[in-house]
Design a protein around this ligand. Structure first.
Ligand code: AMP
Length: 561
């Protein structure tokens, strides 16, 4: 069975295509969203999702979140002494989603389509694919998130139109411009910023709080930091239905509070909003259309629920954006629709989708500046927003007398000078020595529908051909090390599915106990003991009743209703 996965910075979702339609698969708690958070306890039990999010507040040193931002890098997260890379942490999230899907569908899940931000570079895409493989999934396709979201909207749309998808998730921002003239759906341009998202809008409140309380950020301990972040996030979301918030957090035994109006918050967010403007302008320019030629603006990603973001979009485009599909679910639904296309389900097989490569891929060359050959220049081979799959060749020549090798730098980016672009890899071939400029080498870049890059170098005179598929991390692990880590991952056991609801409520109670003081603590303690007693009796229906009672009690305590 093939599933579609939205592996998000903050939340992940899994969906499938069944009975002629896309369907969100609920997780073990019956919820659509699984927080992309991982926590590992001292016994090596892995927690994923909401229970991990609760654990992260109690045991920040054993937990990791927002790791999608480090995909494709060598950064290691330390979870209680266990060192894990972003792709390994992601594989644990994927493993949990896969299990949920298997239980829901009642059959083994083997293959997956996983979405990534359009602006993910080649290293990040490969790392995502590897995360899938580590979770025991054959990743048959990597899709761009905005394209997936656009499919979800496009399929629901009756009329042909040109639309812009504004996708602001937890950690990334993607803009894409698409045109739908049924049955063809064409992506015209993609632009984005990998380093802006809902989390930055949380940071605004976090920073304002510390500033108003006169607390230096570096003096906060890890636990206080996570509590403040969580409270800041709740307040940020509260702006969706309230014009004023009160952000409270105990710091070193003293309760501090910040009262803030929506207007003040909006003003503080101005620099972030300004950063959102750039990719929009670029995508319009690349697609060769003006703001006025966009028929619809579609909002995707949790952070577009913010009134500040909505107002910004409405003002920029001079119209109310569409919210037709749930912004949290659009990407997963789109990934599931792609599953339908992949298996040629008769309900949607007539749809033809064309996607583009979101960034320029090129190599480094020397350029004659009139006086001498200047090194370090960028030679674009596949220009950004070229329709994929695509294969392009450029021929380069030896630059020195009796040169014996040509080294091809594989670069991604838009800068004129190659050092400012991202080095994805290198490929070196021997050439017969001779006069400068005599030896010619063809460099062929092939970018497939999964946006994975293959490079081939061909030396004319010797007919030597060499190929590489860009491998992901800049300093990949040795075969041996990779094997060792993989085994270590397999040894980590998941918190059993059926225990998840109980575990979650216990962790939540523990966390609220830690945050509370005085009488509140005593009441929480009593309520927890009640639940402990029910657990010991091992009677399922009694446990369920007690869990519901405790959840209600904690809800009332936390939200006052
Ligand atoms: P996603 O990665 O699409 O799940 O988006 C998650 C981001 O959306 C997180 O940063 C959330 O804090 C943010 N978010 C969710 N709901 C709201 C809301 N009502 N207002 C502002 N931000 C929100």
């Amino acid at each position: 069975m093939l599933i579609g996965i939205d592996l998000g910075t903050t939340n992940s979702l899994v969906a499938c295509f069944r009975n002629g339609k896309a369907e969100i698969i609920p997780n073990r708690l019956g919820e659509a969203l699984t927080p992309s958070v991982v926590s590992v306890d001292s016994k090596g039990t892995v927690y994923v999702g909401r229970s991990a999010k609760e654990r992260a507040m109690l045991y920040p040193l054993e937990s990791a979140s927002v790791f999608k931002r480090s995909m494709g890098t060598d950064r290691e997260y330390d979870l209680g002494g266990r060192k894990l890379r972003a792709e390994e942490l992601s594989s644990l999230v994927l493993r949990s989603l896969k299990e949920d899907a298997q239980v829901y569908l009642g059959e083994p899940v083997t293959d997956a389509i996983i979405s990534v931000p359009a602006y993910f570079n080649d290293l990040q895409r490969k790392a995502t694919k590897r995360a899938g493989e580590l979770a025991g999934l054959n990743v048959v396709r990597i899709v761009n998130e905005p394209t997936a979201a656009a499919i979800a909207y496009g399929m629901a749309e009756r009329n042909d139109s040109r639309y812009l998808v504004f996708d602001l998730g937890g950690g990334t921002f993607d803009v894409s411009i698409l045109e739908l003239y049924k049955p063809i759906m064409e992506v015209h341009a993609i632009a984005g910023d990998n380093f802006i998202g809902g989390e930055d809008f949380t940071d605004v409140l976090y920073d304002l709080f510390l500033e108003s309380a006169g607390i230096a950020p570096e003096t906060l301990d890890l636990k206080t930091r996570s509590i403040l972040r969580k409270n800041a996030e709740s307040c940020k979301c509260a702006f969706s239905h309230s014009n004023e918030i009160m952000l409270c957090c105990p710091v070193q035994g003293k309760l501090h509070a910040l009262r803030l109006t929506l207007e003040e918050y909006e003003r503080a967010c101005a620099p972030l909003l300004e950063r959102l403007r750039k990719p929009i302008e670029r995508s319009l320019k690349d697609a060769g259309v003006s703001l006025q030629q966009i028929d619809q603006v579609v909002l995707v990603g949790g952070a577009t629920r913010s009134p500040v973001v909505r107002k910004f979009v409405a003002k920029l485009f001079g119209r109310i954006p569409s919210f037709g599909v749930n912004p949290d679910e659009a990407v997963a639904i789109g990934a599931a629709l792609q599953c339908g296309m992949k298996v040629r389900d008769k309900e949607i097989q007539e749809v033809v989708l064309t996607d583009v490569c979101p960034f320029t891929l090129g190599t480094e060359v020397m350029v004659d500046n009139g006086a001498f050959e200047e090194p370090g220049h960028y030679l674009p081979i596949i220009e950004r927003n070229t329709v994929i799959p695509v294969s392009r060749t450029e021929t380069v020549y030896t630059a020195h007398e009796n040169q014996t090798r040509i080294t091809v730098k594989i670069l991604q980016g838009e800068s004129r000078m190659s050092q400012n672009n991202l080095l994805l890899g290198e490929l070196s071939v021997p050439v017969p020595p001779g006069p400068k400029g005599k030896e010619a080498v063809d460099i062929t870049y092939t970018y497939d529908v999964n946006s994975l890059l293959e490079v081939e170098v061909y030396v004319h005179s010797s007919k030597l051909r060499r190929k590489i598929l860009i491998q992901g991390n800049k300093s990949p692990l040795s075969q041996e090390e990779a094997q060792k880590r993989m085994e270590a991952l397999q040894h980590l056991k998941q918190n059993p599915r059926e225990e998840e609801p109980n575990r979650l409520v216990l962790l939540r109670g523990e966390r609220m106990y830690e945050e509370a003081t005085g009488e509140k603590r005593r009441v929480i303690d009593r309520a927890m003991m009640e639940f402990d007693r029910a657990l010991k009796k091992q009677d399922r229906s009694e446990i369920q009743r007690a869990r519901e009672t405790l959840t209600k009690f904690l809800d009332e305590m936390q939200y006052g209703s």
